[in-house]
Structure formats: structure tokens, C-alpha cells
Design a binder for this molecule. Sequence first.
Ligand code: NAD
Length: 469
Amino acid sequence: MNILYIGAGFVGTCSAAVSADSGHGALVYDINKERIRKLSSGKRDVIESCLFEDGLAELLIRCKKNITFTNSAPEMKKFIDRVDAIFMCLPTPEKAGEEGQSNLSYYEAACETLAKMLSKRQGGKQSSYVVIINKSTLPISMIDRTKEILEAHKVKNFGIVSNPEFLVEGKAVYDSIHPDRVVIGAENEKDFKIMRALYQRFYTSSSVKYIEVNPHEAEAGKLLANFMLFSRLALCFDVIGRTCESFPRISFERVRDILKIDPRIAPWGLYDSLYAGGSCFIKDAASLAYQLESAGGNAELVRGVLGANNYQLDHFLSRIHAEAHAIIKGVRIALFGAAFKQHTNDVRNSGAIRATEFFLQEGAQEIKVYDPAATDEFKRVFNPKKDAQYKKITYTKSEDACLKSTSMAFIATDWPQFQSLAEIIQKTVKAPYLIMDGRRMLCNSYNNLQSAGFSIIAVGSQFMKGKKV
Ligand SMILES: NC(=O)c1ccc[n+]([C@@H]2O[C@H](COP(=O)([O-])OP(=O)(O)OC[C@H]3O[C@@H](n4cnc5c(N)ncnc54)[C@H](O)[C@@H]3O)[C@@H](O)[C@H]2O)c1
């Protein structure tokens, strides 16, 4: 089949790569020229500097002949003459300053461009049937708006399908090849049939749950799945972690052992962290709350989960003054991790962003950043070369370079390699020194570090003041 992907982000690129690998012909269109250049480069390091996803660069290089990236509208228009299916993989962030309303401008702009091209396909005859498939996470009734846009441009002979994406960043390629479920929301058998052909390998697979529903159910299912996961994290941070922080002699890990033995308590998400960031959980929960309230429903619990997540980061940062009585002004800080979580270069809603803003406001002398993959993306947010207000931020290439001459370390991301930081810290810097562990990466070394004079503030633990050395 000939498949067009609009939006070459995590979702569009990973899905297109997997389709190309299955033998389909994929054209991926994006308005971001730099992204298109990098993804077309055929070079692993260049691809990874744009989208850092395990296995993605190898896959793109391997199926190069089946996949083309473009930012040329005429090329897309030409492809549309013979297209069978179109995947919409556009960002749907939260509208700035609103109470959760989605910013649908990217999606609608892409729909408008597409509609103009579709109405002129096959010289205006529009003889071929085409399905437009929403992979973006959209408001529950969005299919009606999509139809409106297409009809306003007199597009004929089309179907609209909702096919929400459940992949997890960091293992997006694996999840695209081995999804646990494929959800198809369509209005008629014709569209279901096309989707079955498109996803034949999943439709016939015994390990994939293939679910056919209507488009409203598909969108609601995606928003609710994300909310269930998000609320689980908030519960861990704000109830389990908070309990461990509030009483002496409670280890988060040992309490977790007691909880996870119960088969009714699922193991996913039983960890403590400074913040649940990323591009989806927060904006999808905010969108769910907004939609519920607009429909006259009660969104108190949804808003509560959003509030608990925000409180977690504010509270963690406030402990620097309240518990360690530390002063940030004039201090050099080593910031470990810029990505919102391990195995990705995505910094959207990363806890490291708000921590950096906090340190700048408090007058830190220098914020030294180290991340194994997300430095370039973090520089888009804090670029000392382009913006003088960020001149106190420096970027380093290793853990020890980051630690040198600092008197505080802040662990924001759970990169597995940061588990070795306890040893590197003891070799590189001297107590008195404050360690802020926002991921409990060093939990096996807290006693040693404290005995060596290091003070520790960790999520899910009471303050550990360094013992006199
Ligand atoms: N990232 C995830 O883990 C994930 C998982 C499941 C669902 N989703 C959903 O999928 C959607 C896409 O997410 P993403 O993370 O891939 O986003 P992304 O920001 O990584 O990529 C979106 C791409 O769309 C491009 N774009 C914007 N406007 C365009 C236009 N008019 N025409 C063509 N291209 C345009 C951008 O340049 C960008 O490259 C969102 O709705 C998101 O909520 C994301």
C-alpha cells in the first residue's frame, strides 16, 4: 500500500518506519526542514540527534528504499494521487493559558493543506477511495471537525478513522512492531476492512488485541488509558512517597516490596520520581478534564492528579531550603539528566527544565548539565550562546566533568548509568556536598554517602544529613 504520514515526530516516524519495513511504501511529510534533512540523512548519529529511539536509525537505514521524508508540498500532492491511507501524526499540545483545551492548530492546518490536495486528486475526479487515520491524540468528538474541514474543501470518497497510538517513548520502535493492542475506531465496514488489510500482521496475530470500536470510543479509550497511568504515578509520588518522606525509618523500596506482592496491585509505575513529564500524560489529563467539564461532568479527580504531579516537583525543590537549609545563590550545581525520562532525547515537560529555571531564579553561579542524549534538545530551551539570560548554563560531556567544582548534584533523569554516580561523586567532589536525588538512583548507596559526609534529599526519603567526616 502507499501510505502518507503527516508529521515526522516520534509517532509518525516510528510508525512509518515499521510500515516501510513491512513492505508498504511510505512518504513522511513534515514542515520542519531540519528534521526532514536529518531523518533523510541515512546516518545513524544524525538521525539520533533528531529522534533518539532505540532501533529507529537502523530501521530507517535498512528500509531506505521504502520510505521517503519530505517537506515539499508538491511531492506530497503527487503522492496523494496514488495514496491508499493517510496517517495524521500531528502534535496536539495544551493551549497556553487555557484550562486544558487542546491546541488543535497544527492538526487543523495539516487537515486544511491535505483537504486542498485531496479535492484535486486524479485531476479533480477524486476517483480513488482514501482513509484519513488519526494517530494524534485528539478530543473525543474531533472526527466531526475533521469531516467538516474535508467537506468544506469538497473532498469526496473518503473515510475517517481513529487509530490512537499507545507506543512508549524510549521503546517506540519495539512497541510499533509488537503493540499490545491496535484500536480502530471507524464508522463503517469499508473502513474497518481497509484497516484490517493495513494492519494484517496484527489483525491475524494471537499476541495482539485487535479492538474495533466507534471513533468516540477509540479517542476516549486513549485519553483514559493515559489518565490511568498518570494517576498511578501521582499516587506513588503523592501518597506512597510522601508517607516514606514523612516518617523515620521507612524505605520506599521495602514498602514497595510489601505492596507489589498483592496481585491486585499492578507492578507498573511503583516508583518515586520528582515529576511525571513528557509530551502526553499532562496535556492529555488536562484535555480530559476540560472535555469532562465542558460536557457538564466532574473532573475534580483528574485536576487533583495534575495538581499532585505539580506539587511533587515544587515540594522537592522546596526541600533544599526547608530541610537542608542550603542557599543556591552563588553555588555551582551539577544537573544530571535533561530528558524527561531515560532512553529518549525528548525534553518536553522534563523536570530538569523547571529545576533549571528554579536554580537561575535563586541566583546559582553555574548550572552544569550532563545528559547522554538530550543535550541538543535542552539547548533549544536553554541556549547560552543565543540568550544571555542562560549564560550560567554550561554543557558537559561526562559525569565527572559535570561534577567538577560543584557543591550540589541534582539527578533529574533515570538514565541507568546514573546508578554509578555514587562512586563518581565520592571520587570527584568532597563533603560537605548536597545530593538531590529526584529518581532514587542512588538508593543503594545512601548510607555510604551519608557516612562519607554527603547530605541527601531524595524523593521518598526523609532528609539525610551528612555525618561529620
Ligand atoms: N510521543 C509519544 O510518546 C506519543 C505516544 C502516543 C500518542 N502520541 C500522540 O501523537 C501525536 C504526535 O506526537 P509526537 O510525539 O509524534 O509529536 P512530535 O512533536 O514529536 O511530532 C509532530 C511533528 O509534526 C510536525 N508538524 C506540525 N505541524 C505540521 C503540519 N502542519 N504539517 C506537517 N507536519 C507538521 C512537527 O514539525 C513535528 O515534527 C500527539 O497527538 C501525541 O499526543 C504521542
